[in-house]
Design a protein around this ligand. Structure first.
Ligand code: PRP
Ligand code: MN
Ligand code: MG
Length: 181
């Protein structure tokens, strides 16, 4: 198989930095949710790595459930039209929901998702996102737990894909322009 490294220009966040940050966020989450069980909701597919590592950092009880959504309305990423491709199995009534995401880009996916989950009767809905691109925001999303604010560049790895590849890269890296131009 071809090597991934040749397609990258720069590592933005190393695997070690990711894990240190998730540990830090996990300590905050444990303190904030003292005495309450958390339902972690992962957004397929990008959030798989964040979900796996954040859940294992937490020393408190959590449940995990998954949603798959499509934010591609008429082919453009920023349409804001979100469709549920796979829904949760869990009844959210009275639950403390913590959405686990890899990245907030325009914010459209998460602002829609938060409202959707709140409307199902969850007691609380908060968001934990490893990465955020402040310069790409189209809507403001109130994110309680953010790992890193990053520049508005094409990043891959740690769950993030370009054309379904690079998700298995351990670090978060900038994709070389020759790959997509
Ligand atoms: C990516 C990413 C977030 C979303 C962020 O998912 O994983 O879920 O886009 O973009 P936004 O803030 O502009 O809405 P994508 O739709 O590419 O699906 P994937 O997780 O399966 O890669
Ligand atoms: Mn995603
Ligand atoms: Mg994607």
């Amino acid at each position: 198989a071809r090597e991934i490294e040749a397609d990258l220009t720069e590592v933005l966040v190393t695997e070690a930095e990711v894990h240190a940050k998730l540990a830090e966020l996990a300590r905050r989450i444990e303190a904030d949710y003292e005495g309450r069980d958390i339902l972690l909701v992962g957004v397929l597919k990008g959030a798989v790595m964040v979900m796996a590592d954040l859940a294992r950092e937490l020393r408190s009880h959590v449940q995990m459930d998954w949603m798959a959504v499509s934010s591609y309305g008429a082919g453009t990423k920023s349409s804001g039209v979100v469709r549920i491709l796979k829904d949760l199995d869990t009844d959210l009534t009275g639950r403390h929901v913590l959405i686990a995401e890899d990245i907030i880009d325009s914010g459209l996916t998460l602002s829609w998702l938060r409202e959707n989950l709140e409307s199902r009767g969850a007691a609380t809905v908060e968001i934990c996102a490893l990465l955020r691109k402040p310069d790409a925001a189209k809507v403001e999303v109130d994110v309680k737990y953010v790992g890193f604010d990053i520049p508005n560049q094409f990043v891959v790895g740690y769950g993030l894909d370009y054309a379904e590849r690079y998700r298995n890269l351990r670090d978060v890296a900038i994709l070389a322009p020759h790959v997509y131009s």
